[in-house]
Write a protein that binds this ligand. Structure first.
Ligand code: HEM
Ligand SMILES: *[C@@H]1O[C@H](CO)[C@@H](O)[C@H](O)[C@H]1NC(C)=O
Ligand SMILES: *[C@@H]1O[C@H](CO)[C@@H](O)[C@H](O)[C@H]1NC(C)=O
Ligand SMILES: *[C@@H]1O[C@H](CO)[C@@H](O)[C@H](O)[C@H]1NC(C)=O
Ligand SMILES: *[C@@H]1O[C@H](CO)[C@@H](O)[C@H](O)[C@H]1NC(C)=O
Length: 325
């Protein structure tokens, strides 16, 4: 074949393929995209970032709370803002599930951001996307990594108290169960260890770490245990708070892993990541390499934020985040 012939063959093949694609008229699968609101609400991401930063300036812990709220949304029916729905005659709110009640916070911050976005572009931006952006903006606000958020999630019309009770990992879970809970959401053991690094921020209540600090076990630094016992008595003080990261609870860094190496993890589920099992080497890696932790955290947050999104015509855009329209 001479060159002209080759050119013609290639051209002809491409033309046929294009034609087939045109006439097959396959509906374009809806998917997440970073530019999703660029024409319908170009200011959305700025409005949200400003609103979230304001809330974190008022209370630094809010960054932690919003990152956790997003996690507890995504593990239950996917990232569909189901956690934001209040009780009604037909909705059993996830807010009352064991891992959430008197524990997750930040609802009013998301609702306030939603209100501002609604003012600019009514019924365009989902609560699920606002919560996803809020988690990313929270990380950035406290010195953590940034990442590109793909958008276009829609909001659920239902919630599941049952799934909120079964699918979220607990602080007394063993390593097998922790790995399994994340595997059930298509996240790896490495993702689980990186995402647990969210505990570089925020606080936990006494009743969730009491057993550990009074255990006299070999997996806890006795001085650390003794310090934590001062604010967490054997009886009473159930909701007294202690920082999950004893060094820098208000900024994003790898000290969560360095604590664990020193047997100063607060929750049993923190210390268990370094207990002779398959995740030991990952904890050690992150404790030695803050950049690696930050980039693995960012990538795992992206994967977590894309668990089972409602796309296209599925779900709704809520007017307020706490109720269906
Ligand atoms: C690996 C399994 C996990 C378990 C067992 C777990 C458990 C807990 C517990 C028991 C608390 C304290 C709640 C309270 O005292 O009311 C907490 C707080 C927190 N968790 Fe997790 N968590 C896990 C994974 C994650 C993940 C994946 C993230 C996010 C990427 C995360 C982010 C946070 C944050 C930021 C806080 C502090 C919240 C605040 O101060 O308001 N956790 N977690
Ligand atoms: C976006 O913000 C700019 C400047 O703040 C404003 O002029 C514009 O009207 C806003 N657009 C929308 C769609 O809200
Ligand atoms: C982990 O916990 C589960 C359920 O709580 C239990 O069935 C399993 O035997 C435990 N595995 C290990 C290795 O302890
Ligand atoms: C993972 O999913 C399986 C199958 O649905 C379920 O039986 C198991 O309890 C789940 N494990 C965890 C830790 O959520
Ligand atoms: C741990 O040691 C303290 C002081 O020696 C003791 O009072 C406590 O009962 C012990 N706890 C357990 C769980 O063995």
């Amino acid at each position: 074949m001479d060159n002209n012939m080759k050119f013609f063959n290639t051209f002809f093949t491409l033309a046929v393929i294009s034609l087939l694609l045109l006439i097959s008229n396959v509906p374009c699968e809806a998917q997440l995209s970073p530019t999703f609101y660029d024409t319908t609400c170009p200011n959305a991401t700025t409005i949200i970032r400003t609103s979230i930063r304001r809330a974190i300036s008022a209370e630094r812990r809010m960054a932690a709370s919003l990152i956790r709220l997003h996690f507890h949304d995504c593990f239950v029916q996917g990232c569909d803002a189901s956690i934001l729905l209040d009780d009604t005659s037909t909705i059993q709110s996830e807010k009352n599930a064991l891992p959430n009640i008197n524990s997750v916070r930040g609802f009013e911050v998301i609702e306030a951001a939603k209100l501002e976005v609604e003012r600019a572009c009514p019924r365009v931006v989902s609560c699920a996307d606002i919560l996803t952006l809020a988690a990313r903006d929270s990380s950035v606000a406290v010195g953590g990594p940034s990442w590109t958020v793909r958008l276009g999630r829609r909001d659920s019309t239902i919630a599941s108290l049952t799934l909120a009770n079964s699918d979220l990992p607990g602080p007394f879970d063993n390593l097998t169960r922790l790995v399994e809970a994340f595997m059930n959401k298509s996240l790896s053991a490495r993702d689980m260890v990186a995402l647990s690094g969210g505990h570089t921020l925020g606080q936990a209540q006494c009743f969730l770490f009491r057993t550990r600090i009074y255990s006299n076990g070999t997996d806890i630094d006795p001085n650390f245990a003794s310090t934590r016992r001062r604010q967490c008595p054997q009886t009473g003080g159930d909701s007294n708070l202690a920082p999950l990261d004893l060094v820098t609870p208000n900024s994003f860094d790898n000290s969560y892993y360095r604590n664990i190496v020193q047997r100063r993890g607060l929750l049993q589920s923190d210390q268990i990541l370094l207990s002779g099992g398959s995740t030991d080497s990952i904890v050690t890696e992150y404790s030695n390499n803050p950049q690696l932790f930050a980039s693995d955290f960012a990538n795992a947050m992206i994967r977590m934020s894309e668990i089972q999104p409602l796309l296209g015509q599925n779900g709704i855009i809520r007017r307020v985040c706490s109720a269906i329209n």
